[in-house]
Design a protein around this ligand. Sequence first.
Ligand code: 6PG
Length: 245
Amino acid sequence: MPAPAELRIVDTAAELFRTAAHEFVTLASQAVKNKGRFFVALSGGSTPKNLYTLLAGEQAKAVPWDRSYFFFGDERHVPPEHPDSNYRMVNEAMFSKVPVPPGNVFRIHAESDAAVAAQEYEETLRRFFDLQTNQLPRFDLILLGVGPDGHTASIFPVSSAMNETKRLVVANWVEKFKTYRITFTFAVLNHSACTMFLASGADKAGIVHEVLENPNANLPSQKVRPDDGQLVWLVDRPAAALLSR
Ligand code: 6PG
């Protein structure tokens, strides 16, 4: 039975990113202490950029970069130098500023055919985690955001990834953007030791309320419930404004 979501409300966006950075460092240090390595899947979008900047800045000395292995929960169907690329955003905000070994960063090769990129990334996961058939990769931390329509990673409300149960990574057609995205599936998102949503700003208040307090909304972000892990919603006060709790 999945554990209930832990809702943590902090007053400001700055506090949200500081808290997220502290959680990141804590989980990384614990993972390295327990098993020698830290496995994390990063979120794209604009919200987490401030977290990545903090990790590359004031927290840089606390992150075990050489023992940390970075994956992406999703990627847009663009080359890595494209302004929309999640990899480009993380590389500019963090990777380019810290001593992370290049071999510790696993980019989704989204410049190629979307289905090929998804298949290749799935094989990368299988190889890296040495997965047997039907086994799932266990991340120590998966960072996620929530879109205005309740999407997370690149699983959108009316998209085939909503019903995917076999694959680890898929090319998901997003009708509203008329494009493919490459994304982890729920199977991977729900197998992590800790999945943390970051939601910041008044424009997220409506969707945060809908996701956390309307059980019948059937939104992608509501289907993220790690079966044997912690689910944390880290929300600043403006984004929590419509919550009844
Ligand atoms: C992406 C993310 C996506 C994002 C939400 C929220 O590739 O954009 O995976 O799921 O987290 O769209 O985006 P913002 O943080 O920009 O609001």
